[in-house]
Ligand binder design. Structure first.
Ligand SMILES: Nc1ncnc2c1ncn2[C@@H]1O[C@H](COP(=O)(O)OP(=O)(O)O)[C@@H](O)[C@H]1O
Ligand SMILES: O=C(CO)[C@@H](O)[C@H](O)COP(=O)(O)O
Length: 487
């Protein structure tokens, strides 16, 4: 059978980039119709740092991966009129006076700054003060905690730092030559106050970081600049560059979300979020009070252990990731990397409730249950009065392609589930932002016009209360163990 021909593009072409933990994905999209005309993907390496217990990546590798992913898009990328970069949130990129990385970036899922986080939260007056001012009680994911860790652990690297960037800022700056960021990604640093929508001078002073080292925060709809003459990068010089944003904010744009529509994203991180008109200020720290990429808010909860953790358990059991079996009493808390939601940065994985008749497939199902339970518990906190209790959960991220993930979410949430056919929603959101800038349109309206959220849906099933109760019970009874580092 002949391959289906890609229709001739109607409108100008735009590029959307997702620079995430595991890889860079690039899409070339027809701005008029949302048709993806070309795509590329190149992997990243995540290392453990000097002690082996961190999560670090080389920003130069992200840049090379971007060039490779764009290269795979062939001639289409060279015809793009605008581009935007969505990136993994929170990562600390430190640059020297020549704009080169001083050291590898500290990633969002590196929990080594947990002691610095605890101290910082107390020093500023406790969780409530942070929540009111910043919008979030920082987790060790937040950039501010990583900067303090760097100053204490590698003071020479901190001294050599002439600029501090987030992953998407770094890539955008390499495209334009301008140090810029946006309010969405800035809201995950811990030094951008959601109450005033500006950098917080007192926090910056407390952590010894000059505001001059930080990028300018662009407003929604502003341009970051244009693509410089960059030989070797298959993009036309002069193409418009949009602000870019954090990956979750980009996915929210990519879905054209309206307030209160709940999203559950299954990737390296698990996230649950919704757009809201109200600025979040959750003093428990479960809900991060991020800004979205427009002018609203994006209350969000994030877990560290999602698809990679469950895939690891499947590999340990020697099973395909779909080879789950129902039944039994096993409970698995898959906190292989420590955990952020619940706030247990030192935790490791825990398996409980084994019997002679427990099967490997049941243990694998228990890993899915543990990962999804943490997200659904947080979802209740993320959603506010805007949210309809029976609204379908939009399931996105690499895991949304898997039946075991989808069925676990249905069984533990009791909600209808919809899986958008469009797979790369972060990159599509970035493309919608680029198209919005180019055409002078609201990027969320662009995504709605592209019908990015369309896809099959599954009805609600009865919630598996027994499984939820078992998981909740083990989580609270094992609290002391989960707060301890493994010897
Ligand atoms: N067909 C599939 N079924 C289930 N999970 C999948 C499938 N394909 C990819 N994945 C999962 O998707 C994950 C990557 O998701 P993605 O959203 O691309 O991650 P990230 O953006 O965090 O790098 C992988 O860890 C893998 O477990
Ligand atoms: O830390 C968070 C959100 O607060 C993560 O969601 C990161 O933004 C990483 O995303 P992925 O690489 O898993 O997409």
């Amino acid at each position: 059978m002949a391959a289906a021909a890609v229709p001739v593009p109607e409108g100008p072409l735009v590029v959307g980039v997702d620079s995430s933990t595991q890889s860079t994905k690039a899409l070339v999209v027809d701005a008029a119709t949302g048709q993806v005309v070309a795509r590329g993907q190149a992997p990243h390496t995540v290392g453990g740092g000097a002690g082996g217990d961190g999560k670090e990546s080389d920003p130069e590798q992200w840049w090379r991966a971007l060039a490779e992913a764009l290269g795979q898009c062939g001639a289409h990328a060279r015809q793009a009129a605008a581009i935007s970069v969505g990136g993994q949130q929170h990562g600390l990129v430190t640059l020297d006076t020549a704009g080169r990385p001083v050291r590898p970036a500290l990633l969002w899922n590196d929990v080594r700054s947990a002691p610095q986080r605890d101290r910082l939260v107390e020093e500023l007056g406790g969780p409530k003060v942070w929540a009111e001012r910043i919008g979030s009680v920082p987790a060790p994911a937040f950039t501010v905690t990583k900067w303090v860790w760097l100053k204490e652990t590698e003071p020479e690297a901190a001294r050599a730092t002439a600029a501090v960037r987030l992953p998407h800022d770094y890539l955008t700056e390499r495209l334009t030559g301008q140090g810029t960021t946006d309010r969405g990604d800035a809201s995950g640093t811990g030094w951008w106050a959601s109450a005033t929508e500006s950098y917080d001078g007192e926090i910056l002073e407390r952590v010894g970081l000059s505001p001059e080292l930080l990028p300018r925060v662009l407003r929604h709809g502003e341009a970051a600049g244009t693509v410089r003459h960059l030989p070797g990068l298959p993009l036309p010089a002069g193409a418009l560059v949009a602000t870019g944003t954090g990956d979750n904010m980009a996915a929210a744009l990519g879905l054209g979300l309206r307030p209160g529509q709940p999203v559950l994203s299954l990737g390296t991180s698990g996230t649950v979020y919704a757009v809201s008109g109200r600025r979040p200020t959750d003093p428990t720290g479960v809900v991060a009070g991020f800004a979205d990429a427009r002018d609203a808010w994006l209350p969000l909860a994030c877990t560290l252990n999602c698809t990679l953790a469950v895939d690891r358990i499947a590999a340990l059991l020697g099973r395909d990731r779909e080879a789950v079996e129902q039944g039994g009493s096993a409970v698995l808390l898959p906190f292989l990397d420590g955990e952020r939601t619940p706030d247990l940065p030192l935790a490791s994985g825990l398996l409980y409730g084994l019997r002679h008749d427990t099967t490997p497939g049941q243990v694998l199902q228990a890993a899915y249950d543990g990962a999804v339970f943490a997200l659904l518990t947080a979802l209740d906190e993320v959603l506010d009065a805007d949210a309809a209790p029976d609204a379908p959960l939009l399931l996105i991220g690499g895991g949304a392609k898997g039946a075991a993930w989808r069925e676990t979410v249905r069984r533990l949430s009791g909600r209808p589930v919809q899986v958008p056919r469009a797979e790369e929603l972060v990159a599509l959101g970035a493309a919608a932002q680029a198209a919005g800038l180019l055409l002078g349109e609201d990027p969320a309206a662009v995504a709605r016009r592209w019908k990015t959220a369309d896809g099959p849906s599954w009805e609600a099933v009865e919630r598996d209360e027994a499984a939820l109760e078992r998981l909740g019970g083990v989580l609270s009874d094992a609290d002391a163990l989960l707060r301890r580092a493994t010897p």
